[in-house]
Design a binder for this molecule. Structure first.
Ligand code: BTN
Length: 242
């Protein structure tokens, strides 16, 4: 794939290093660390990043308005899902961009254990972004006991995988997907665990509960609720097993 790789044994956060590179004008760099000491998740959460994971941030300069940036996040989830499936893991995507193993994990009822999360950050104007950093945290060669929450890993699901090959595959698939942006949402739909599920989405405006029926052209979730269809742009999604 057309990414220059910058490898570190340890970093506070690959997203922070990628933001520095982006601010200096870099593009198409993949920053990878074997472990992170201050890994960041969505909504200000910490992200457990022990040695053996794929903690990687892509520096991108797409010529698009901010509204289209979520497509790159969806593309990252698709790329990791494909790399995991090729390694034999029964992976699928939980909206918006968690890669999960739907039948793994405890009986909490939330449905599935998390294999990967994506944290996208950007800077720019309303008409055009200046840079985008897509941070991918994939639990590859790690023990789920070292991870927070209901998590799994490629190793826990199928045994050892060569981490280098996994990274290469993610970068190749991401490259293919970004070169055909019109196909990203369909690729996401085909791998979605969320569509057809009963969901509860926690948003900053409160919880929305209903049936997840579709995603829009920019990846927002369409939920069929008691009060009609709602389009949800951001939030934490739970699959409710009823
Ligand atoms: C989530 O909350 O699901 C998103 C997790 C994103 C973690 C990745 S690991 C590589 C990159 N660096 C970070 O500090 N976070 C992202």
């Amino acid at each position: 794939a057309d990414f220059d790789v910058e490898y570190h044994d340890a970093l506070p956060s690959t997203n922070d290093r990628a933001r520095e590179l982006a601010a200096d004008g870099a593009s198409d760099v993949a920053v990878i660390a074997d472990r992170q000491t201050g890994g960041r998740g969505r909504r200000g959460r910490e992200w457990s990043s022990p040695s053996g994971g794929v903690w990687m941030s892509l520096v991108l300069r797409p010529d698009v308005p901010p509204a289209r940036v979520p497509l790159l996040t969806l593309a990252a989830a698709v790329a990791v899902t494909d790399a995991a499936r090729e390694a034999g893991v029964d992976a699928a995507i939980k909206w918006p961009n968690d890669v999960i193993v739907p039948d793994a994990g405890d009986d909490s009822g939330r449905g599935g254990a998390k294999l990967c999360g994506v944290l996208t950050e950007m800077e720019g104007e309303a008409s055009r972004v200046s840079w985008v950093v897509v941070g991918i945290g994939a639990n590859v060669d790690v023990d789920p006991d070292e991870l927070a929450g209901d998590a799994t890993s490629v190793r826990a699901e199928v045994g050892d995988v060569p981490r280098r090959a996994f990274v290469q595959r993610v970068l190749e698939r991401f490259d293919e997907l970004r070169s055909d942006p019109a196909g990203i949402v369909d690729a996401w739909r085909e791998r979605a665990a969320t569509l057809g599920e009963r969901v509860r989405v926690e948003t900053t405006d409160g919880d929305i509960e209903g049936d997840a029926v579709d995603v829009t052209e920019y990846g927002a979730l369409v939920v069929d609720t008691e009060d009609g269809e709602r389009v949800v742009h951001a939030g934490d999604c739970q699959h409710l097993r009823t």
